[in-house]
Each structure stands twice: as structure tokens, then as C-alpha cells.
Ligand binder design. Sequence first.
Ligand SMILES: N[C@@H](CCC(=O)N[C@@H](CS)C(=O)NCC(=O)O)C(=O)O
Length: 356
Amino acid sequence: MIARRHMRIDTFSSSWSANLRKCVLLGLFVLAWSQVAMAQGDTIAEIRKRGHLNCGVSQGIEGFSSRNEADEWSGFDVDLCRAMAAAIFGKGGKSKFIPLSAEQRFDALREKQIDILSRNTTWTMKRDIELGLAFPAIVYFDGQGFMLPASLVVDSLAQLSGAKICILSGTTAETNIRAYFELEKLDYSLVASATRAEMLSRYENGECDVVSADRSALHGDRLRMKEPANHVVMSDIISKEPLGPVVRDGDRALQDVVRWTVSLLVTAEEAQLQRALITNSDAALSELQELLLQRSGGLSSKLGLSESWARDVIGATGHYGEIYDRNLGPKSPLGIPRGNNALWYDGGLLYAPPMR
Ligand SMILES: N[C@@H](CCC(=O)N[C@@H](CS)C(=O)NCC(=O)O)C(=O)O
């Protein structure tokens, strides 16, 4: 009996201490998890405390991100960051631009040197899954193309067989070339460079026959040549390059802000609500508010944004079409037609999910 009672007590006490251990472990786990969640989820609070958004851009690519002598940044990727800063801070929201090479960009984001990467970056499954990063939206539908001397008579990609191809390392370019040329059984050799400047000077020095990169970037590369008219960008592409802003996987709130700010830029273009209209016309402003505030039932506050965020964003940059036209469109030095980047109802791929 005594033994049995002891046994019972032992059983009770050992299951009690096991439960206590479980509780302590669970408590520690919950604490650790909430610390991780706080650390991950606090990026917007950190940005607000710091007073500006840290935005990673390219080291200089015409139309996307470039700096003038007065150290002022401009470009499509730069304007996207300005739109995000307006969403987060309201009117006058500031961004700091941090130029990054292709190879530095993902580490810079993971190591928190930047909050958002807005640098002609392709959304791929491998990057999404393996790097701990998230791609909340596509802002430019691109493809990998080729720039070559106009004197070379090349009408089709098959005629590139045997070419020496200049590419930038750390980009999607190399994998795409290998996949395409091997599938098509075309000969090629690669000349890889670490920077775009090095890649272009190699091309100009004749170390390679053609340059292969995102077509959008090649339009800017062509303008950098001593004689742009002596170079052409082929219309053929060998890959899909959906470009978009990137944030850290754990930053769920920032992902939502980025996704819905991009949707807002497109929605405002769909509704033809331009910057000038929004700033000067009460009717246009209330149309935007009707579109985004009343119908969305206060969702902006659930995003942690002010009720005026739509007006602040469109007031800062204009809608998607205005950003495109200013930096890349037919009237800009690059003169890239909208193509795939036209709105869906104009035959393009741009389509914003409903903001309600
Ligand atoms: N979209 C591709 C390519 C991105 C890329 O870095 N492209 C080069 C093309 S030349 C570039 O933008 N270089 C500019 C720079 O290094 O600052 C990717 O995500 O890997």
C-alpha cells in the first residue's frame, strides 16, 4: 500500500514537474516568438522613429534610379519609394536612397541596412523561398534582351550563335542565357562583370559582342554609349522578368503597405485620378476618397496608415501612369512604350486588386 501510495505520489509529482517544465518551455517559446514577431513587425515603427525610409536602389540606371550633380535621386524605382514614404509618413515623407550592386542587394535587406529594396529586382521562386524575402507586388513586366552594335545584322536570336555575351554577375542574366542557349542548342560564351560600368566598358572595348540584361536597363545602357545611335536593343526577349519591390519575409505590415500602395497607384490610374486633379480639385479628391476610404471601410487605419494616405501618395508621385511617363515613357529620354506595362483594359498586364 505504502509503496503504491508512494508510487502515486511519485507519479503525481513527476507529472506535475513535467507539466511545469512544459509550461515554462511554452512560456519561453511564446516570449521568444513575441520578441521575434515584435522585431519583425516593428519595421514601420522603426521607420517612423528614424524619420525617413531607407530605400535600396541600383547604383545608377537611367530611368529607374539615378543621381544628379546636386545629389538628387530620380527614377521609377526612386518614385516608388517616395510613394511608400508618403504612405508611411504622410505629406512630405522622406526617403534616403542607398545605392546597391546586384550582389549586395539581398544581404543589405536581410541585414536591415534598408527597409525596402526597390531596384529592378526580379521576383523568382528561388529568391522568394530561399532568401527569407517577400515580393508584395509586380511594378514592371520586363524580359531579358540584348543590345548589340547596329552594324551587326542580326534579325533573330538564332543568329547570336557563337556570340560572346557580356552579363552582370549576381543577376538573373546568367541562368537565363544558359537555359535559352542550351535549349536552342546555340553556342555562346559568357563575359561576367561585377559592375554595370565594367560590363559596358568591356562591351565598348569589344571584349564581348553583345550585352544581355533586362530590356528596360538596356535602353538606359544604350544611352550611356559614346554613340547611342550605333547600338540597338533587340525586341526579342528570352525570359520573364517581373520586377518589384522587396521586403523581409517577417515584415507582414510593411508587405501590406507596399502591396496596397502599388495597388493604389494603379487604381488611381484606372480611375484617371492624376496628381494635379487630386491636389487642385475637391471633386477629384472626393472621388479618390470615395474609391478608397468609404468603400474600403476604414481599411487604411487597419494598415496603420492615416485616412489621407491615398491623397498623400498620389500627391507625392502621381499615379502609376504619371510615374511611368515621367521616367520611362515615350516622352522621356528612354522612350519605352508602355507595352506589357499598360493597364489591363489597354491590352497590358497591369491590374490592381479591388481596394475594398
Ligand atoms: N532583374 C534582374 C537584373 C537586375 C540588375 O541588377 N540588372 C543590372 C542590369 S545592367 C543593373 O540594373 N545594374 C545596375 C547597377 O548595378 O546598379 C535581377 O533581379 O537579377
